[in-house]
Design a protein. Structure first.
Length: 168
């Protein structure tokens, strides 16, 4: 009586209609159900977003440190009054005229002062000077200055030949 294969009967167009109607009803039911779940998911999302916003508001936001407001300790206060002559800091591998000027502005004018400066202090001076100076690595400058202040020029020259722009 009811054959599902429409190719066996020449006048089986009504079977096609029944299949399309059935597919339409099934599609409507699935669409309606997914619409309900979509509404549920949207409500859940908005609830989670409001919880996230309240968490963000309750957190203490960390702000980047403005280095212009931080006073960097310089060696100038310790040695500036005792300095009678300045040294040519450009003899240190990695220090050029501009960096020498920066160091002088921060009170480092002799090899002794440079040898006693911490790498952290030197990096802070370069950091504050801007991106053009931040690429320099001052980690060897105090040791080079120590050799220069002791007058060990040959030893300094041999070490500088090994260094690459002031870096080991």
């Amino acid at each position: 009586m009811f054959e599902l294969n429409p190719l066996l009967h020449e006048n089986a167009w009504w079977q096609h209609v029944i299949m399309f109607v059935g597919a339409g009803v099934l599609g409507y039911i699935i669409g309606y159900r997914s619409g309900e779940s979509k509404t549920f998911l949207q409500n859940q999302l908005s609830s989670l977003q409001s919880q996230l916003e309240s968490c963000k508001a309750s957190l203490v936001k960390s702000t980047p440190i403005n280095t212009s407001t931080i006073s960097i300790p310089t060696i100038a206060h310790t040695y500036h009054t005792m300095v009678e002559k300045t040294d040519d800091l450009k003899k240190i591998e990695g220090i050029g005229p501009k960096i020498e000027e920066l160091l002088n502005q921060n009170g480092i004018v002799t090899f002794i002062q440079l040898s006693q400066a911490s790498t952290y202090l030197l990096k802070q001076i370069l950091q504050e000077a801007g991106p053009r100076f931040q690429m320099h690595d001052p980690s060897t400058w105090p040791r080079q200055a120590e050799l220069a202040s002791a007058g060990k020029w040959q030893e300094l020259k041999e070490w500088q030949d090994i260094l690459n722009k002031g870096k080991e």
